[in-house]
Design a protein around this ligand. Structure first.
Ligand code: GAP
Length: 447
């Protein structure tokens, strides 16, 4: 594991200096991510996930859920409402503290986050900026037909509070005792002053968060445990060690609720930046909600007769941001048989399609057998079926979206009832009997 101090290392942007442009372009061209409402000229840094993007994003979230919930017996899931009472945000401190410092350029009237610029307007270069003022990032709306103070509601700016307000419900219904966690994946909304870098910072995004409730004297041990676990998750799914690091927050960077935080950072084309924050949130949230709601948010340990407010260790990741990091890390160009290709070396667990079934030719006689092969494979893998263009072009198209295996049905297949399985990374091809192809692919995907 790479653990480095906070100082920014020089970004290693080679070998693709324009990698961001290539990813944005590929995302649009192949149906990962489209600018939202494009036929109306787009809408302020919002994005729609296309047929391949929705698969990749779902795989990222599923991989997180599998590691954080399915493979453990100490974490359970919830799915809380996005729209909720302002009382939650009053208690959590978001109404008072969830702000960014906003400055206006008096020359060109652009608005900026004061902490992200260096005293001059990035648009026109003027140094004539207003004094920073606190701008609250929460999206405000009204629940019901009347727009008045009593009906104000907010879209959640983080999924975390859903776990705190359901703490008692979960303890009572599951009989879990600390250390245990509550996990949630879902949309969050922040009225970011300057959304930027494609889906890195957007106003609508998805989070994958887990609140791990522990006895207070075990908080530090669990904090370090989750640092290791979370770093391991990204490495296991193919982010290279050289592009991943842990950065511990300095005391003056800590959120109002935290005594220790470390970020998992990825080496983006513009430098090291955050993928996930892991924080010791202490008993701040449970105590705050207890004080505001009048409910006792404590754990009563029947075996010891002890009653206490657990501390919380929170690994908080962004699903949409992490999906983009996986795309950036997977991108490569190489040469196969003298021909250049673009290839995404995505882990098969993340790849939108795991298999493409490709009849060698569009001729009618290959289609029924190809569909038979497709039907055999669909229960074990997410499959594409492509009959257009030459087989070479179709291999390139699958490489470009990261499909780990192509299964080709040719004219010999009609005689020998076998197909060719091609590996994306090595381009090696092996002949496999149709009767064994599902098991062959399932075996390769299990590896
Ligand atoms: N509950 C703690 C919390 O929300 P955060 O560091 O503000 O912590 C956690 O957010 C993660 O959510 C970030 O590390 C990032 O991956 C993602 N995230 C936050 N704001 C985002 C935005 N505007 N666009 C995309 N992802 C965002």
């Amino acid at each position: 594991m790479t653990e480095q101090p906070g100082e920014d290392a020089a970004p290693d942007v080679a070998p693709y200096p324009d990698l961001m442009d290539r990813i944005v372009n590929l995302s649009k061209r192949r149906g990962f991510i489209f600018p939202s409402a494009e036929i109306y000229g787009g809408f302020r840094s919002t994005y729609d996930y296309g047929p391949l993007g929705v698969l990749l994003l779902r795989n990222v979230k599923d991989a997180w859920w599998r590691a954080m919930v399915q493979l453990r017996d100490d974490v359970v899931g919830i799915d809380a409402a996005i729209l909720s009472t302002p009382k939650i945000w009053e208690a959590s401190g978001h109404l008072d503290n969830f702000t960014d410092p906003l400055v206006d350029c008096r020359n060109c009237h652009e608005r900026w986050r004061a902490d992200k610029i260096e005293g001059t307007c990035p648009n026109c270069g003027s140094g004539d900026l207003t004094e920073p003022r606190a701008f609250n990032l929460m999206f405000k709306t009204f629940a019901g037909p009347v727009e008045e103070d009593a009906t104000v509601a907010y879209l959640r700016p983080e999924t975390a509070q859903g776990m705190f307000v359901n703490f008692l419900n979960v303890v009572t219904t599951t009989r879990k005792k600390p250390p245990f966690g509550i996990a949630q994946v879902g949309k969050s909304f922040r009225n970011e002053i300057t959304p930027q870098n494609f889906v890195f910072r957007t106003r609508e995004f998805e989070q994958m968060e887990m609140e791990y409730f522990v006895p207070p004297d075990e908080a530090d041990t669990w904090f370090h445990y989750w640092l290791e676990e979370r770093m391991g998750w990204y490495l296991d799914l193919g982010i290279p060690e050289s592009k991943l690091r842990l950065r511990h927050h300095h005391a003056d960077e800590l959120s109002h609720y935290s005594t220790a935080t470390a970020d998992v950072e990825f080496l983006f084309p513009w430098g090291w930046d955050e993928l996930e924050g892991i924080a010791n949130r202490t008993d701040f949230d449970l105590k705050a909600h207890a004080a505001h709601s009048g409910e006792k948010l404590e754990y009563f340990d029947q075996s010891t007769g002890e009653r206490y407010v657990p501390y919380v260790i929170e690994p908080a990741a962004g699903a949409t941001r992490t999906m983009m990091a996986f795309l950036l890390a997977a991108y490569d160009e190489d040469e196969i048989g003298g021909e250049r290709r673009t290839v995404l070396h995505l882990d098969p667990r993340l790849a939108p399609y795991q298999v493409a079934v490709l009849p060698l030719s569009k001729k009618d006689e290959l289609i029924p057998l190809s569909r038979e092969v497709l039907t055999l494979l669909q229960p074990v893998a997410v499959c594409d079926f492509d009959t257009t263009q030459s087989i070479g072009r179709r291999y390139r198209r699958q490489d470009e979206v990261g499909t780990p295996y192509c299964v080709t049905v040719d004219f010999d297949s009609l005689e020998d009832r076998a197909v060719t399985v091609r590996d994306r990374d090595t381009t090696e091809q092996v002949r496999v009997p149709i009767a064994a192809v599902a098991e062959e692919i399932a075996g390769r995907l299990r590896r």
